[in-house]
Every structure is written in structure tokens, then in C-alpha cells.
Design a protein around this ligand. Structure first.
Ligand SMILES: Cc1cc2nc3c(=O)[nH]c(=O)nc-3n(C[C@H](O)[C@H](O)[C@H](O)COP(=O)(O)OP(=O)(O)OC[C@H]3O[C@@H](n4cnc5c(N)ncnc54)[C@H](O)[C@@H]3O)c2cc1C
Length: 280
């Protein structure tokens, strides 16, 4: 643990407990909070003790509670007709070092950390996930997961906001999905991730993350041609350069990955034989 300034620790069990005093911050799985010095953090409020169901399956869809770890989501039994469920496994495997953090890291924590390479965020955005946000003033608002990030590690959440859950609609879960990624090292942080969904009415959604600072969502009422898709994903998006890849490399491989995701969505159903790696 890298925290050095913490003097207080509280376990939240009610909404009132989630109100943060100056210097306090929320901790869920703690895989990021405990990995940085966070010198301005003097108190931790543990939300894993909130009496929330980690997962709720209803006719409306899937509710992923803020206490749901990645491992718990992956343990959820297949729901008949929800062809998109394997996307969560693929996203979990796209994380840096993958399984090392699954037992502690939460899905919502990954969304709230809002890194460009937040693969659970990518999966939720691809499935039209909506965040239920509890504000410090007692109000509740809902915001699409895809529009939460404002940069690599920044988002629209305000001080004291708590993401209570992410709701995934059943219609999106019935869609067919695919994920392709590339990283400079085999288990390294992703340099580019492209996810896709093809709905029962043939509408196609393509989402670019990791290559761009914020998620880029492309919606097509009917499947686009490969050329049109590649042109779209390469011409838009806030591609960037860091140690994990240059801007022009990210732009190029995003086009390659998008073409492969489209082929995955249009070809024979791969069943359990989905590939998540790409050599661009
Ligand atoms: C080995 C390793 C590999 C990693 N790989 C990746 C990766 O590939 N991609 C990536 O994006 N991240 C990665 N991370 C960073 C981080 O661990 C993950 O994003 C993880 O999913 C965060 O979840 P957590 O529950 O541990 O969050 P925490 O560390 O507990 O919290 C993360 C942040 O979110 C806030 N937060 C948590 N829950 C809520 C909530 N319900 N409402 C409001 N705010 C909340 C916290 O205050 C904190 O600012 C990695 C970390 C490690 C140690």
C-alpha cells in the first residue's frame, strides 16, 4: 500500500455514511487507490460494506452494483438469450495483468477511474450501460457510461458523487458482441481496444477505447461496409501518444481491429472460440 497520509478509515453501511468529509475518498476494491501515494487523501470510506446486491438480473437487464468485483461478474451464470455475456470475460482479460486484480477490483471502480484502457468501461459502454449516480446533495441522476470519461483518468463525476450501479439493458445483452485488442506486451496495458455489438435488428455499435483519450461510439442502423467503418474510426477520435503507443500507430491499428470486429460480428457465430488478440 502506497498511501502515507491516511489517518481515518470508515466502513459505509448507509447512504449517509457515503457523505465525504474533507480529505476523504471512496474506496471500492482499492486496487488503484492503494497503488498510488494519493498524498491528499487523509481518510478512506469503504463502500464494499454497503448492503447492495453485486448483481441483479431482471427482465429489464443486468444491474451491476458498485460492490460487484470483476470476478463476481464473471461467475454470473449464463442467462438464456443474453449472447453478449462473454464480452465481460473478454474485457476482463484485456486488463493489464488481467486476473491479478479480478478478485478485488470492482467493475464500477474501473468505470470511475476512467482510464483510457478501462476495459470494463468499454464493455459497459458497448452494451449501452447507464450509471446511476448518487450526488452529495441527495439527488440521483443517470448518465451513459460512454459519456462519463472526459480524458484519460478524468470524468464528469463531481465531488461526493457515488456511482451506485450500472444498468445494462436486456436488448443490448441479447446482441452479438466481439472484442479485439492490441498491446505492446503480451500482458501489458492495452494500446487499442475495439468492441462491437450487433443487435437482433442488425444495428451495429462499435466502440473504440484505449487508443483514444475518451470512448468513441459509432452507431450504424445497418452494418457498415468495412471501408466505411475503417474510415470512420480513423478519421475521428482523440488518439494520443504515450509509452504504450504513438498516436499514428494507435490510429492505424484501430482501423485494423475495427475491421476484424466487424468481421466477427458478421461471420459465423464463434461460440466459445472468440479471439481477443490481434497482430496488426
Ligand atoms: C495490476 C493492475 C492492473 C490494472 N490494469 C488496469 C487496466 O488495464 N485498465 C484500467 O483502466 N485500470 C487498470 N488498473 C487500475 C484499477 O485497478 C482498475 O481500474 C480497477 O478496476 C479499479 O477498481 P477498484 O474497485 O479497485 O477501484 P478503487 O481503487 O477502489 O477506486 C478507483 C477510483 O474510483 C473511485 N470509486 C470507486 N468506486 C466508486 C463508486 N462506486 N463511486 C464513485 N467513485 C468510486 C475511487 O474513489 C477511486 O478514485 C489496474 C490496476 C492494477 C493494480
Amino acid at each position: 500500500m502506497d498511501l502515507t497520509a491516511v489517518t481515518g478509515y470508515r466502513r459505509a453501511t448507509t447512504r449517509a455514511d457515503l457523505a465525504l468529509a474533507p480529505g476523504e475518498t471512496l474506496v471500492a476494491g482499492g486496487t488503484w487507490v492503494f497503488s498510488e501515494p494519493n498524498r491528499d487523501v487523509t481518510g478512506l470510506v469503504d463502500l464494499m460494506t454497503m448492503p447492495w446486491e453485486p448483481i441483479e438480473v431482471t427482465d429489464a437487464g443486468l444491474r451491476i452494483g458498485a460492490t460487484c468485483t470483476i470476478a463476481r461478474l464473471l461467475e454470473e451464470p449464463p442467462v438464456p438469450g443474453w449472447r453478449a455475456q462473454p464480452l465481460f470475460d473478454e474485457a476482463a482479460n484485456a486488463l493489464l495483468a488481467s486476473f491479478k486484480i479480478w478478485n478485488e477490483a470492482t467493475v464500477v471502480g474501473n468505470v470511475c477511474r476512467s482510464f483510457a484502457a478501462a476495459a470494463m468501461l468499454a464493455a459497459c459502454a458497448t452494451l449501452d450501460g447507464v450509471a446511476e449516480i448518487w450526488a452529495a446533495d441527495g439527488s440521483v441522476r443517470r448518465e451513459p457510461v460512454a459519456s462519463l470519461p472526459t480524458g484519460n483518468g478524468t470524468n464528469t463525476l463531481r465531488a461526493g458523487d457515488v456511482v451506485r450501479a450500472i444498468d445494462i439493458p436486456a436488448a443490448a445483452l441479447r446482441g452479438r458482441t466481439a472484442l479485439r485488442k492490441i498491446a505492446l506486451a503480451e500482458l501489458g496495458r492495452s494500446g487499442a481496444v475495439v468492441t462491437g455489438r450487433r443487435d437482433e435488428d442488425d444495428a451495429v455499435t462499435i466502440v473504440v477505447t484505449a487508443a483514444t483519450l475518451t470512448p468513441c461510439v459509432y452507431s450504424f442502423p445497418v452494418p457498415p461496409s468495412e471501408a466505411r467503418l475503417v474510415e470512420s474510426v480513423r478519421s475521428e477520435g482523440d488518439f494520443y501518444t504515450d509509452a504504450l503507443g504513438t498516436e499514428d500507430w494507435r490510429r492505424h491499428v484501430t482501423g485494423v481491429l475495427a475491421a476484424r470486429v466487424l468481421a466477427d460480428l458478421m461471420g459465423a457465430d464463434p461460440g466459445d472460440d472468440r479471439r481477443t488478440e490481434c497482430t496488426a
